[in-house]
Design a binder for this molecule. Structure first.
Ligand SMILES: [Zn+2]
Length: 586
């Protein structure tokens, strides 16, 4: 099986005349948007139609260019040609942002936006996007300032974000005398051998000394910029900006976080039970968070992973299984870790071609299979949105994880349904391990990021302060579930999520996604096959309404704490069963 993805459907390379042509075409289309914005002697509706048409064509070209450059860089961080085009596209992105802001100003200043929408069928089809622009108008920058602020972001937050990626990709860890990429060493946390896990953790922590200073500058600078921008855009806080930009309200966030805090003691109970199984007294040492438990501690090849996905998804939705097979056959996936390739996993959509590209660092654990199910869930979400205008593709982070979490949950549920009693504990554990990351660890990341942003009003945090803040956040979240002396003070240096310039609090959306996905899963359990068309329609609508409204379309009230409790109850049942099985083994 081919283990690297194939990008030739985009371009043959940077020298490909089609690539150069599209670069030129992007500039022409930006001129076209500009011309439409300035058109005279046309009605407001005609002008808006022309703006949106040109913008749609521009989005498709940029999608191709950006995908090719970004995906190339993600597996080859030292590719200088790609880096040069990345810079060039960033500069184009700035002009696009200016054009978008101009369009927002145009819509925001319309005397009666609803009348304009009502006068055109074309505008009605993207009404939500137009209404969102009208709302955004309240937070646009004063026009003369805007180009300068955008320009400064390139040498500010964006530059620090790029530096962070380079530090991460080029970072080698001295593990047992061998120089290994960080992602490979972190992957050893899943190894069945306890000595490997501990050595890998110690080697990883020791290695951060080399990069902690530049990493702390990246983090401090990106979060300082976020504060400045929140003020400049007239938001009450960075969190308020994040919520409004992702179409979520404070009531929903508070309802979710309150329910999470209520359920933390259950997660800690699970962690202590796992610690006991692994022979520890009290809390779990950090390096054993991902330790395999039970009979399923074996490793899988990619071929085996593919077969498991195909079989298990085939039982509930043959269409999904066929889709997954296609993703492997059509070389949508870059599978294994290697030097210069970024860590973790992601799925990128190339909407204009109805394709997705998936990056993973597959090492053979059950969790790696689950990651494939997760990323291919994103790909399915993209497939459900096929043919929609780009204007309705802006899915908030919270809903972006719906299909991926749903897939993970289905995989575990299917495997559990025919698991031998001995395998049950392994599969339950794998699910709980992920859920703990997504609820408990994410809660610690939320607390940490909030503290960094708040402290940044006063000063840049030193590496010692950052480590201390991380340990306190872990204490508040994991409590006695973790060994007090064996935690991870450098989580801020290894998680890329803190370093996305322009994207803050990229943590609670994961918790939202997990718990929302569980809620959607519960509805599938209730309704069976009949739910699938409803599910696909839900995925298609994620960029076409506010979060609370999208959720309400499948009968979920995300503003009520009870909804989140009911999702957490699903996890609590797994925790109870796990603790029961663990006690029997002990
Ligand atoms: Zn995801």
């Amino acid at each position: 099986m081919q283990d690297r993805w194939d990008l030739s459907f985009l371009y043959q390379g940077f020298e490909d005349p089609a690539f150069q042509r599209d670069l030129g075409r992007a500039v022409e289309l930006m001129d076209a948007v500009d011309a439409a914005l300035k058109a005279e002697n046309v009605s407001d509706a005609e002008r808006l139609e022309a703006i949106l048409d040109a913008d749609e064509a521009l989005s498709a070209v940029i999608d191709r260019l950006w995908s090719f450059v970004g995906l190339t860089l993600s597996v080859d961080a030292t590719n200088e040609t790609a880096a040069r085009y990345d810079d060039r596209l960033s500069m184009m992105g700035n002009r696009m942002s200016l054009l978008t802001s101009a369009a927002v100003r145009f819509v925001g200043q319309l005397p009666d936006v609803e009348a304009v929408i009502a006068s055109s069928t074309k505008l009605q089809s993207v009404a939500y996007a137009i209404r969102t622009m009208a709302r955004e108008y309240r937070h646009t920058l004063p026009e003369p300032l805007e180009p300068w602020i955008l320009e400064m972001k390139l040498s500010g937050g964006s530059a620090f974000s790029q530096l962070r990626d380079k530090l991460d990709a080029g970072h080698l860890v001295d593990y047992r005398g061998e120089q290994l990429p960080l992602a490979a060493v972190r992957g050893l946390a899943y190894d069945p051998d306890p000595a490997v896990r501990r050595d890998a953790y110690e080697a990883e922590l020791a290695s951060y000394k080399k990069i902690e200073l530049p990493m702390s500058y990246c983090l401090n600078s990106i979060k300082k910029e976020a504060r400045t921008l929140a003020i400049a855009h007239d938001y009450e806080s960075v969190l308020d900006m994040t919520l409004q930009e992702s179409r979520m309200d404070r009531q929903t966030l508070d309802a979710m976080l309150d329910a999470i805090v209520e359920y933390l003691p259950h997660f800690r109970r699970y962690l202590r039970a796992k610690a006991k199984l692994l022979g520890h007294e009290g809390g779990l040492p950090f390096y054993d968070l991902f330790a395999p438990v039970g009979k399923d501690g074996k490793t899988y090849t990619v071929e085996e992973a593919r077969q498991i996905l195909s079989e298990e998804f085939g039982k509930f939705n043959p269409e999904m299984a066929a889709f997954m097979e296609h993703a492997f056959d059509a070389r949508w996936i870059d599978l294994y870790p290697r030097e210069g390739k970024s860590g973790g996993a992601f799925c990128a959509s190339v909407h204009c071609d109805d394709r997705s590209l998936v990056l993973t660092n597959f090492q053979g654990s059950f969790s790696d299979i689950s990651t494939l199910a997760h990323e291919l869930g994103h790909a399915w979400h993209n497939r459900c949105a096929a043919g929609l205008p780009y204007a309705l593709l802006d899915v908030p982070m919270q809903l972006a994880e719906t299909a991926s979490i749903f897939n993970e949950t289905v995989l575990a549920w299917q495997v559990l349904s025919h698991a031998a009693p001995e395998q049950e504990i392994a599969v339950l554990e794998s699910g709980l391990m992920e859920a703990t990351q997504t609820v408990v660890d994410i809660y610690s990341r939320f607390l940490f990021e909030k503290e960094v942003i708040e402290t940044r009003a006063d000063h840049a945090m030193s590496t010692e302060e950052l480590k201390d803040a991380m340990l306190r956040a872990q204490e508040a979240s994991y409590g006695d579930g973790l060994d007090k002396d064996i935690r991870h003070p450098y989580m801020w240096a290894c998680k890329s999520h803190y370093y996305s310039s322009g994207l803050n609090f990229y943590n609670f959306p994961y918790a939202f996604g997990l718990l929302f996905g569980k809620g959607v899963f519960a509805r599938w359990l209730e309704k069976g096959e009949a739910f699938l068309p409803e599910y696909n329609a839900l995925l298609r609508s994620c960029g076409s309404a506010d979060i609370a409204d999208v959720a309400a379309s499948v009968g979920i009230d995300v503003r009520s704490r009870d909804f989140w409790r009911s999702s957490l109850e699903v996890i609590r049942k797994d925790i109870d069963r796990f603790c029961e099985l663990a006690a029997n083994r002990g």
